[in-house]
Design a protein around this ligand. Structure first.
Ligand code: AVJ
Length: 318
């Protein structure tokens, strides 16, 4: 087993956090990048979301990957390296690892050190023959593959419809970067949540138990903990709304009263009803995504689509 964890670059995420928050709170529509959801508590809450009745993407994608694992594995060459963007707990990865024993190495890229460490630890136990080369990084910023992967055929894996967190322009830029990172001839497996009825979509992001609300508000708690902010969590409410023009679910935190929040020696005013925009989750069509990938230099080679609720795994080729 080769464990490259100690060699993994450790970027200064916390300094970025403060700068991104200050910049986002100064905008007319206050906003914070969704990557900051995933501290230890946020990663734990996201795992809980995946277990919810209303949150269909995770279990739907897992069933889809299981059903087509044999066909998907045919796209993975002998001795290949699997590179995963935003790997989290690496649960879906195991479906590919089990179906494609020809894999030589696995390189998970994730912004959460806790999630990455736990995933690598568990995989090291369960796949002793696999070379593990984790990268602790914002997956949109990874510029270079670990040395352990040199000369290997590469297969990218980006499940969960996490690409839906990016705007169309950001998604296109990400796909251009991924093509450069993964290299000539690479395959890229991408998970996409597909457009469906509004009620199912809104319920998936506003569950009855309030776990998604807690996940959203953890961002306020995290700013209080790490940046010394003084957000009153009871003075904000979770909102999930479908934006049909942009084909996306938006999450916001709505201020329940006129209030002022202090952070890093500055004061930010929230009017009653004003929102902090915390996440976009785009919903795709396979055709629309194929066009987007095409603009970024990828060819859509295959698509596997689940029965209702609709979710797709697509195979792109560099
Ligand atoms: C991990 C980005 C795919 O957008 O569905 C879940 C995050 N946000 N519930 C998604 C999320 C609210 C999730 N992704």
């Amino acid at each position: 087993v080769r464990l490259a964890r100690d060699a993994a670059p450790r970027p200064a995420v916390d300094a970025d956090f403060e700068a991104d928050v200050l910049e986002g709170l100064a905008r007319p529509q206050k906003a914070i990048p969704p990557k900051y959801f995933y501290d230890a508590e946020g990663s734990r809450l996201f795992e809980a979301i995946c277990e919810l009745e209303e949150y269909y993407p995770t279990r739907t994608e897992i069933a889809l990957l299981r059903r087509h694992a044999g066909e998907i594995a045919e796209a993975i060459p002998k001795g290949a390296a699997l590179v995963e963007f935003g790997s989290g707990a690496s649960v879906k990865t195991r479906i590919l690892l089990d179906a494609a024993p020809q894999l030589f190495a696995y390189a998970p890229i994730d912004i959460s050190a806790d999630a990455l460490d736990a995933a690598v630890e568990a995989l090291r136990r369960d796949y002793p023959g696999l070379t593990l080369a984790p990268l602790l990084e914002d997956f949109t910023r990874a510029l270079e593959l670990p040395q352990a992967l040199a000369g290997r055929p590469v297969v990218g894996f980006f499940p969960g419809s996490t690409i839906g967190n990016l705007s169309p322009a950001e998604a296109e830029a990400f796909l251009v970067g991924a093509r450069r990172l993964l290299g000539r001839g690479a395959a890229f497996l991408v998970g996409l949540d597909l457009v469906k009825d509004e009620a199912s979509l809104v319920a998936a992001y506003d569950d009855a138990l309030g776990v998604t609300a807690a996940f959203n508000k953890n961002l306020l708690a995290r700013m209080n903990r790490e940046l010394g902010a003084d957000f009153d969590l009871d003075a904000f409410a979770h909102r999930a709304v479908w934006n049909p023009a942009q084909s996306r679910i938006e999450m916001h935190l709505a201020s329940l009263r006129d209030q002022e929040v202090r952070l890093a020696g500055r004061a930010f005013r929230f009017a009653e009803g004003e929102t902090l925009h915390t996440e976009n989750s785009a919903k795709f069509t396979v055709e629309g995504f194929g066009a987007l990938a095409g603009r970024a230099g990828w060819m859509l080679e295959r698509a596997w689509v689940s029965p209702t609720p609709a979710f797709a795994t697509v195979l792109l080729r560099a």
